[in-house]
Design a protein around this ligand. Sequence first.
Ligand SMILES: NC(=O)c1ccc[n+]([C@@H]2O[C@H](COP(=O)([O-])OP(=O)(O)OC[C@H]3O[C@@H](n4cnc5c(N)ncnc54)[C@H](OP(=O)(O)O)[C@@H]3O)[C@@H](O)[C@H]2O)c1
Length: 307
Amino acid sequence: MESGKTVLITGASTGIGLATARALCGTGYRVILTARESSLPRFAAHAVVESSNVRIRPLDVTKVEEREAVLAEAERDWGGVDVLINNAGVSYRAVVEHVLEEERLAQMNVNFRSPMEMIRLVLPGMRKKRAGRIITISSVGGMMAMPTMAAYSASKFALEGAHEALWYEVRPWGIRVSLVQPGFVDSDGFQKVRYTAQSDRSEHELAEPYHEHYVNMSPFIAKLMRMSRATPDSVAKVVLETIRRRRPPLRVPATLDARVFAFLRRTLPRSTYHWLLYRMLPNVRTWGPSTERKSALPPPMGDDSHQ
Ligand SMILES: NC(=O)c1ccc[n+]([C@@H]2O[C@H](COP(=O)([O-])OP(=O)(O)OC[C@H]3O[C@@H](n4cnc5c(N)ncnc54)[C@H](OP(=O)(O)O)[C@@H]3O)[C@@H](O)[C@H]2O)c1
């Protein structure tokens, strides 16, 4: 089943993408590993090199001409893509009030619009073959939203909705669609989280109204990632199992916490579920108004800057 099939993965130079790339290279698949041009040297640094079955190509998923070039080459040389793995993703940390329109678009471009374009481009070939697999790395953030992660969650919720529709649409051609949902993964992904101009300032300035949101959420998320037993390799294993399953489900929770959250979301009344998550947020009762109270305190003796 594996030999003669072509798998393309995006964002394969680090984290879950790299782990999946390494796992794929040992199989009989023909593999197209893609990453942004500036990240390509990382493959050699991890001993991932080209061979007769492995190609490494530049692909910034947001660039139309790079998407088209890599897929045209796959079509010309290997008869198209049989398995598309949409892995590339970025994550912004900011409360809703701190995300400007262009920052929201940047988040949506990488995580939602680009994978959907990749899918649109591979579908005609898959329909012609009456077979194909679309596997997109979603997230627990696509089934629940946490404060300071609205833009990220919105991008993953959007993926979840679109893939649910796609699952029905392409079934007549035998094309299988799956969302692999990792929860917290012990990786350096946390260090790559992006801040917006306003969220960056608010995390550092005590008097900012949302300061407590950031100083509580950032270490909380970092701790959950560090404590997680899931690794990029364990998620990669789930991705490979999903490719190999004859009838993969639409949603595949890829870590223990993802399975727990999926269960809670399915079984608890929505109000209980939100109350439970709210109670889990660190020091949540000190957020917001207490920061404003601090900033409203009279200046220390001798400080005449407010007069
Ligand atoms: N780590 C977690 O806890 C976790 C949890 C749930 C879901 N996920 C999802 O899993 C996927 C992989 O994340 P990860 O944890 O492995 O994070 P990561 O180490 O930051 O990997 C993300 C990858 O996406 C690439 N990328 C970013 N922008 C791109 C673009 N415009 N074009 C092409 N590639 C781009 C990055 O390349 P550069 O190095 O060039 O930036 C990197 O290779 C993401 O979709 C993420 O949302 C991760």
